[in-house]
Design a protein. Sequence first.
Lengths: 127, 127
Amino acid sequence: MPRRRWRWRGCSRRAVRFLEPTLLLLLHHGPAHGYTLLERLGEFGLGGLNPSVVYRALRDMEGRGWVTSFWDDEQTQGPPRRVYRLTALGNEALALWTQDLEETRRLIDRLLSAYHRHMEEGEGEHH
Amino acid sequence: MPRRRWRWRGCSRRAVRFLEPTLLLLLHHGPAHGYTLLERLGEFGLGGLNPSVVYRALRDMEGRGWVTSFWDDEQTQGPPRRVYRLTALGNEALALWTQDLEETRRLIDRLLSAYHRHMEEGEGEHH
DNA sequence: CACAGTATGTGCAAGTTGTCAATAGTCAAA
DNA sequence: TTTGACTATTGACAACTTGCACATACTGTG
């Protein structure tokens, strides 16, 4: 019963892994509504994520004290909106996340350079 | 009930995400035993993974036709060992994986450069 | 034989992610 | 004034992934 990783359920597997740091980064620029954040995710290649996933991530981050939220006073076309604001703790989390991202990038670099090096030597043959 | 992402159960969360391409890369150098692969993972920063995870990944990849396996004839100190060998399909999978890794790296780069750029401008303040 | 080390595999609990659908407000056309 | 479209947020559940504990089995040593 092999797991079917290749099916790539839903739209994105990689995207969600970077959802949290991206949200933190967006909020680092200033408070924002969930819906706005959802739209701006596209700028970082995380477009097309299911809204539920994004809202859930925001609530989770609130649970950890990384962000706070309150209902917006202003009237808009639609139901009341929640505004999220980064906390000091969230700011630290962002810093930790960037370290994590840098490590991840080093890992990828090592992998890719090993791959390309071996490709040049072996002419792309697998033995 | 916030999920506790920060607890980082076990040794590694990031590591498993790069397990498959790393195994494919190692096998690209030639056939190998699971146990050997397990040990060599450390070279790519994936050390300390639970053996079960690695063996399971290998069996899964076999299920997808990326690798084949057979029992080693040679006697060694221990039970018979399984030898894994990359298939042509696995070779293609590796190529696809590297594309995926390159995209991921671009994504990380975008995120990190946005972070650092904003840090320089804003002097590290979050609003 | 008991035990340590090598080598692989199974099962399940716990956690994560995707999808669907519910809710709820505003606006505009028919 | 009902219908539909768009804005916003949330809850519940199924499907999937991962970690851990343990099972198995073979070899060599005291």
